[in-house]
Design a protein around this ligand. Structure first.
Ligand SMILES: [Zn+2]
Length: 145
C-alpha cells in the first residue's frame, strides 16, 4: 500500500492533526489545551481543594470537572452503557462514582465555589462546548507580562 498522501503532508502539521484527532487524547487534556489556548490559566487537580477538581480557576472560584461518560454516568448518553455481566457490581460502582461526584460539588459549593461538569462526549465537539464554558468562567484576563 502506498502512503503517498501521508508522506506529502507537512510532518509537523500531520503530527498536530494526529494529536488533536486521536481518540486516545483524554477529554481532560482536550479541555485543558483549548482553555489554555484561549488564554485561561488554572490549576489542575489541585489537592488544596475538595475533590481535586480537574481544573480550578482560583481567583474566580470556579471549578470544572471533566467526566468520562461511562464512569460518571452521563444521563441519556450513548457512551454511558451498562455492561451485561456482573450487573450488580457495575451498578454499585456507578452509584458510588455518582455519589462521590455529587459530594465533591457540594463541598466546593459550600466553600463558595461554582462548579460545572464537561462531559467526554462534549469534548468531541469543542466548538460547541467552549462557549458554555467561557460563559461560565467569564472572559479570560488580558494576559500580563
Ligand atoms: Zn456523554
Amino acid at each position: 500500500m502506498g502512503r503517498i498522501d501521508e508522506l506529502s503532508v507537512d510532518p509537523l502539521r500531520s503530527r498536530i492533526m494526529r494529536s488533536v484527532g486521536s481518540k486516545k487524547t483524554k477529554p481532560e487534556m482536550l479541555v485543558r489545551r483549548a482553555l489554555h489556548t484561549i488564554g485561561y490559566r488554572f490549576r489542575t487537580n489541585s489537592k488544596a481543594l475538595p475533590g481535586s477538581p480537574d481544573l480550578a480557576f482560583t481567583a474566580r472560584k470556579k471549578a470544572i470537572f471533566v467526566h468520562g461518560c461511562f464512569w460518571h454516568r452521563h444521563s441519556n448518553c450513548r457512551l454511558a452503557t451498562t455492561p451485561k455481566t456482573r450487573a450488580e457490581f457495575w451498578e454499585n460502582k456507578f452509584s458510588h462514582n455518582v455519589e462521590r461526584d455529587a459530594r465533591k460539588v457540594a463541598e466546593l459549593e459550600s466553600l463558595g465555589w461554582e462548579v460545572i461538569a464537561v462531559w467526554e462526549c462534549e469534548t468531541r465537539q469543542m466548538d460547541t462546548v467552549l462557549p458554555r464554558v467561557v460563559e461560565f468562567l467569564g472572559k479570560p484576563r488580558v494576559m500580563e507580562r
